[in-house]
Design a protein around this ligand. Structure first.
Ligand SMILES: C[S@@+](CC[C@H](N)C(=O)[O-])C[C@H]1O[C@@H](n2cnc3c(N)ncnc32)[C@H](O)[C@@H]1O
Length: 230
């Protein structure tokens, strides 16, 4: 049964096909996240699996891979085989099964209740690997447009994660160069990463595009590898 998607995941469903061509940063992020998992877990749960970027990076033998994503069109793009189970649901409300590791790349930042999500994850696994976009992402856009970001702050994330996990983390700042400002805003639109820029009217959007001062877009990503606290 398909559920009514939320605004955010509906955006992903609409953008599913262009997302696979505009996710330059997410691809770098998922590669780094997976290559630093050292334990070769056999039963994997991927929250916000999208079109399958996590599965594609797994380099060790596994028994079972479960991907959860509320955007139907993203699930439709995911690789399928006898080891893969795809669940078209919201990972915040869906009661998922136990796994050897819970991985989530570029998806957790949109959770409505991060504390509840981390608590649920801690009950379902011993190991975690997350990449989370933080509030340094599109920082200059938010400043120029005088908008407030919805993305989590890294210090607050660390505090929350500390309640349930022991972990190592790394913050990486990426810059993605563009030829002109219009291409930057097209990239944002097609990558499915909402900025809230749509709240602006036509005149203010035009002003923002013409006054954006950098050749690049900014991304701030926190990587977390850890285990559940006893
Ligand atoms: C930026 S994409 C990342 C996809 C993939 N993990 C990757 O690294 O390319 C984020 C994905 O998370 C999904 N997502 C976001 N919030 C979700 C939720 N609460 N429940 C299920 N899926 C969610 C979106 O539908 C989207 O496919």
């Amino acid at each position: 049964m398909l559920k009514m998607p939320s605004i955010q995941t509906n955006e992903f469903s609409k953008k599913a096909f262009s997302y696979t061509k505009h996710n330059v940063i997410q691809k770098k992020v998922v590669k780094k996240l997976i290559e630093n998992i050292k334990s070769n877990p056999k039963r994997i749960l991927d929250l916000g699996c999208g079109s399958g970027a996590v599965y594609e990076q797994i380099f060790w033998q596994i028994e079972e891979f479960t991907g959860i994503d509320s955007a139907t069109n993203m699930c439709l793009l995911h690789t399928t085989n006898s080891k893969i189970k795809l669940i078209n649901e919201d990972f915040e409300t869906y009661e998922f099964n136990q796994a050897d590791i819970i991985i989530s790349s570029s998806a957790i930042q949109w959770a409505k209740n991060l504390d509840a999500l981390f608590q649920k994850i801690s009950k379902k696994t011993d190991k975690i690997a997350f990449s989370i976009f933080c509030d340094g992402t599109f920082k200059t856009i938010y400043e120029v447009a005088n908008l407030k970001t919805f993305l989590p702050n890294k210090d607050e994330l660390i505090k929350l994660l500390n309640r349930y996990f022991e972990f190592d983390y790394e913050i990486v700042n990426y810059k993605l160069d563009f030829e002109d400002n219009l291409s930057k805003f097209r990239y944002i639109k097609n990558s499915g990463v909402s900025t809230g820029v749509r709240k602006l009217n036509f005149k203010d959007t035009k002003k923002l595009i013409s006054s954006y001062p950098h050749k690049y877009l900014e991304f701030e990503v926190m990587f977390i590898w850890g285990k559940t606290k006893n």
